[in-house]
Write a protein that binds this ligand. Structure first.
Ligand code: GLN
Length: 513
């Protein structure tokens, strides 16, 4: 068992998940409750997570120094490394360069933490790591040595091998860190545990469905069904668990992509005989969004409109429970743990009104997207659904910068359709996490048929990711980008400029709002 102390990082739970994947039980504890908790559990090592605060700030979350004397191996990640340095009389300061994204780690010393399975790795070896920090360790504590460095920060990895205390500035838990999982396995071995890989299985899914049957009893249930991967799989699991007691509700907000409602009817109503109730609420949504430009307000309004509509339906169906396709990253980004920061409100988590009259059933709350997709495969869902690109709950509204209007919606919807068509023609869907168009609201000068034009700018965003806690912009072929651009400016006359977004996450999120 590994105890993970949570200092509020967006990716703390990803550490837990990685450990689960290699069959290592773990618990996530708040710093203040650590010493109390470990009185009753047997544990073999401690991981100190990252976190949004700076260790030298007043009131920054911390832990009693006696943790270093308990004789268990310790790994500090990011804030965790900084905390080790801070508490053991090293020095942490705000860095000259803030690093958000990829960096190259040079491994300087042989270390049990860096046993990387490649004999060609002569020291100093270089590996690609993922950074997300503004502070850095300036002076390492006595008894420590620097075992890894990058161009920007000298002490990117530190170790006190005698005491089995390690600190790394990068995040091994995100999939963008090359050998990240290997580094965690190495730490687990330092803790005298044996890591073994463990996939999502049929048994686990059967178990989950049985859990739903048991917990629902004879209650009626409705579902927020958007046709996306998460809500489809969540609803299908509930449908398999309780059959007729369940009514999935599809609310057409008018913020959907072209052809979406038809596709959904095709798959779920025709193929699965799931009796999806379709509600056209376009005018209600657009009316509620009138004059609103703030992204967080938009998300909240859309969330509230969804919930209001669903609550009305719940009453009609005498339902006590609402199924949502909330998955783990939604929970994290909506600030699910005590010390983490709210990045954006997901309508299915952060936007819920306080006076909700209905309880939530979220069968996928603990899973990440790739896990959810594996569940979909196990349930035999068609590949076209399982591999569907995610589409945000607030829909096209958060891809329009500024006020949402019918005209802008129409423009961005057409651009989106062109983007998706060209990406599919080039057979690139499977390589991308998401690809879409944004109505930027920026007008620029152009020339059309020798005349001056003053038109809209559409931005294209395409990203690669596995679990979306981090992602890179995709290096799309120029020919494909050119085709998209030419088609957009020719087929949508109000647009005269197309730009490509080359920002990674962090610091950019996938959606613009
Ligand atoms: N807040 C700290 C910094 O900016 C730690 C960041 C982290 O743990 N991701 O350096």
């Amino acid at each position: 068992m590994i105890a993970i102390i949570d200092f509020g990082s967006q990716t703390t739970h990803l550490i837990g998940r990685r450990l689960r994947e290699i069959s290592i039980p773990n618990i996530i504890v708040e710093p203040a409750e650590f010493f109390e908790k470990i009185k009753t559990i047997k544990y073999d090592g401690v991981i100190l997570s990252g976190g949004p605060t700076s260790v030298y700030e007043k009131d920054a979350p911390t832990i009693d120094k006696k943790i270093f004397d308990i004789g268990k191996p310790i790994l500090g990640i990011c804030y965790g490394e900084q905390l080790i340095a801070h508490l053991l009389n090293g020095k942490v300061k705000s860095g000259k360069k803030k690093e958000y994204g990829p960096a190259t780690l040079t491994i300087l010393k042989k270390s049990p933490l860096f046993k990387i399975p490649s004999s060609s790795y002569e020291l100093p070896a270089k590996i690609a790591v993922w950074m997300n920090h503004g502070d850095e360790v300036q002076k390492i504590p006595n008894g420590f040595e620097t075992i890894g460095t990058t161009d920007t920060i000298p002490h990117a990895a530190i170790a006190n091998e005698m005491k089995n205390i390690y600190g790394i500035q990068f995040h091994p838990e995100v999939l963008h860190t090359q050998f990240g999982i290997q580094i965690l396995k190495n730490f687990v071995k330092i803790c005298q545990l044996v890591p073994t890989d463990k996939p999502i299985s049929k048994d686990l899914v059967t178990q989950k469905i049985a859990d739903i049957t048991d917990s629902v009893g004879n209650m009626n249930v409705i579902g927020a069904f958007s046709g996306g991967v998460d809500s489809s799989i969540a609803c299908l699991m509930v449908y398999m668990a309780i059959g007729k007691q369940f009514t999935p509700i599809y609310i057409d907000s008018g913020l959907m992509r072209e052809g979406e409602t038809e596709e959904l009817k095709n798959v779920f109503v025709n193929n699965y005989q799931m009796k999806v109730k379709i509600i056209d609420a376009t005018y209600r949504f657009i009316n509620n969004l009138k004059g609103v430009t703030d992204p967080e307000k938009k998300r909240k309004i859309i969330g509230q409109t969804f919930i209001e509509t669903l609550q009305e339906e719940a009453e009609k169906h005498g339902a006590k429970l609402l199924v949502q396709g909330t998955i783990y990253p939604d929970v994290i980004e909506s600030a699910g743990s005590k010390h983490s920061k709210n990045i954006k409100s997901h309508h299915n988590v952060g936007g819920l009104p306080k006076n909700m009259k209905i309880a939530l059933l979220e069968p996928l709350r603990d899973f990440y997207k790739d896990e959810v997709r594996r569940i979909g495969d196990i349930l035999d869902l068609p590949k076209s659904i399982v591999n569907r690109h995610p589409f945000p709950g607030p829909g096209l509204a958060i891809r329009i910068i500024g006020e949402v209007t019918h005209v802008k919606l129409n423009t961005v919807r057409r651009a989106d359709q062109i983007v998706r068509e060209e990406i599919s023609k080039a057979n690139l869907d499977k390589d991308l996490w998401q690809v879409f168009a944004i109505f930027t609201g920026v007008k620029t000068t152009g020339v059309r048929g020798d005349d001056r034009a003053y038109g809209e700018t559409i931005a294209i965003r395409a990203v690669e990711s596995l679990d979306v806690m981090s992602s890179n912009f995709a290096k799309l072929p120029w020919e494909v980008l050119e085709k998209i651009s030419v088609r957009i400016v020719t087929e949508i006359t109000e647009v005269n400029r197309v730009v490509y977004d080359v920002t990674n996450k962090p610091p950019g999120t996938v959606e613009w709002e």
